[in-house]
Design a protein around this ligand. Structure first.
Ligand code: ZN
Length: 461
């Protein structure tokens, strides 16, 4: 049996996964700052870790999966004030929208969903420990900052020295920080800010910086040292670098054994982000496409690769998912919830793919191989295996007929079906029928190409 290997950003290498405690995994993922709707970039991030969570469980681990909610932040305060509502109202509404979106995309709920505002005492305690070790100082503007030059390991996740990192920082002349890389742990309250954004502390009223929130929530839920920490690649620096500085600075020892970062979503070769204005909310996308098509579209790319977002790519994913459902629709499997036969050859290769740093594109290729077998042989066992393996990825869980008739375009599936009928006619030496099917497809703008190996491919004219 293969061994799970994970690309660990900290080691810059794929490593065999060894949990701290046999059979158990603790995983923390930086979740949403809930000031607005989630966009496709967020969906991709949460999907990457949903699949990792599912695969760890399928591999027999008991997983404690923690994904936090940042419910206090500059953007949240600003938006609530703009809307003339309380922070609590804004947060509750956006958490509800987020839960709807990720439920539609068939993501499993994490084991624990801590909210930052519930962990302020733990944050204050870590800041005190840092101050006691000379790693935190209160500056003239009242903020409490982290002193990066006091932490020897700073830059280890990014693989850069302090000087390299400093060179990339803008120098803010008004700053009261001792070093441009120093970051805020506790922000002094401003008069104009709403009362619900202020907490008492020994340094005066204020609120936590973003980085300290995660150090507090992960150590409170998983301990000071745990297995996996994940997030989007854009969080590697400074957010995760700062989390390491805080947690290891305060507690000593290692914080995390495996750091996992997922790739960006790109639109016209630019990163999809709110700040660039080229983002699509999950809600808008789900008005246009079936949620499972979007799930499948995201899973067809490896989690570390850039994901190219375009209608053409999603349409392609839709056609491919239709082919899988169409294969299932040819056998009587609707009411079944089969379990995987892990000794079967497709499952062995599926496992190898997933064990190789969660290689979903290769795992999905096994699903297509099985679908081909179902189409050829109408084997119920192959269909069961297809449905069960797809279920490991949260796919093909609906009854095929229901999916295919559910407003989802079954055009591609219809073509595949016609090609199968034509192949059967040729095999039965009924060439008139075979030619008639080809003529029908040609009339519908479908060009067939017979390959030397006996298979037929098609394209639209
Ligand atoms: Zn975080």
């Amino acid at each position: 049996m293969s061994q799970l290997k994970i690309y660990n950003t900290l080691a810059r290498d794929k490593q065999v996964f060894v949990p701290m405690e046999a059979g158990k995994v603790g995983m923390y993922v930086c979740g949403m700052t809930v000031y607005d709707f989630c966009h496709v970039g967020h969906a991709r991030m949460m999907m990457a870790f949903d699949v990792i969570y599912r695969w760890l469980m399928a591999s027999g681990y008991e997983v404690k999966y923690v994904r936090n909610i940042t419910d206090i932040d500059d953007k949240i305060i600003k938006r609530a004030v703009e809307n003339g509502e309380s922070i609590k109202q804004l947060v509750e509404r956006n958490v509800m929208y987020m839960d709807e979106d990720i439920g539609a995309l068939n993501m499993l709920p994490p084991t624990v969903v801590p909210r930052a505002t519930e962990y302020v005492p733990q944050m204050l305690s870590i800041i005190e420990q840092l101050e006691a070790k000379g790693l935190a100082y209160k500056s003239e503007d009242g903020d409490v900052n982290y002193a990066v030059r006091g932490f020897e390991g700073y830059g280890k996740l990014s693989g850069k020295s302090l000087d390299d990192l400093r060179a990339g920082e803008r120098v803010d002349l008004k700053s009261t920080k001792r070093d441009p890389l120093d970051f805020v742990l506790w922000k002094a309250a401003k008069e104009s800010e709403p009362a619900e954004a202020k907490w008492d502390s020994k340094w005066g009223k204020g609120r936590p910086g973003w980085h300290i929130e995660c150090s507090a929530m992960c150590s409170a839920t998983l301990g000071e040292h745990f297995d996996i920490h994940g997030g989007g690649a854009d969080l590697q620096f400074p957010h995760h670098e700062n989390e390491i500085a805080q947690s290891e600075g305060a507690f000593g020892g290692e914080m995390v054994n495996y750091w996992i970062h997922n790739g960006f979503v790109r639109v016209d070769n630019e990163k999809m982000s709110k700040s660039l204005g080229n983002f699509f909310t999950i809600r808008d996308v789900l008005k246009q496409y079936d949620a499972e098509v979007i799930r499948f579209f995201i899973l067809r790319a490896h989690y570390r690769s850039p994901l190219n977002y375009s209608d053409a790519h999603i349409d392609d994913a839709k056609g491919a998912l239709n082919r899988l459902y169409t294969a299932l629709s040819t056998v009587d499997i609707d009411a079944e919830s089969p379990t995987v036969d892990w000794d079967e050859e497709h499952a062995v290769r599926f496992r190898e793919a997933m064990d190789d740093d969660f290689n979903t594109p290769l795992a999905v290729a096994e699903l297509f191989d099985l679908a081909g077998e179902v189409n050829r042989s109408k084997s119920l066992d192959a269909a069961r295996q297809l449905k069960a393996l797809a279920g490991v990825l949260g796919l093909l869980e609906r009854a095929p007929q229901a999916y295919l008739q559910g407003g989802s375009d079954a055009g591609d599936a219809g073509v595949d079906d016609a090609i199968s009928r034509r192949a059967a006619a040729k095999k039965a030496r009924n060439f008139a029928e075979a030619d008639a099917i080809r003529a029908e497809l040609t009339a519908a703008g479908i060009i067939l190409e017979d390959k030397p190996d006996g298979t037929t491919t098609w394209r639209r004219a």
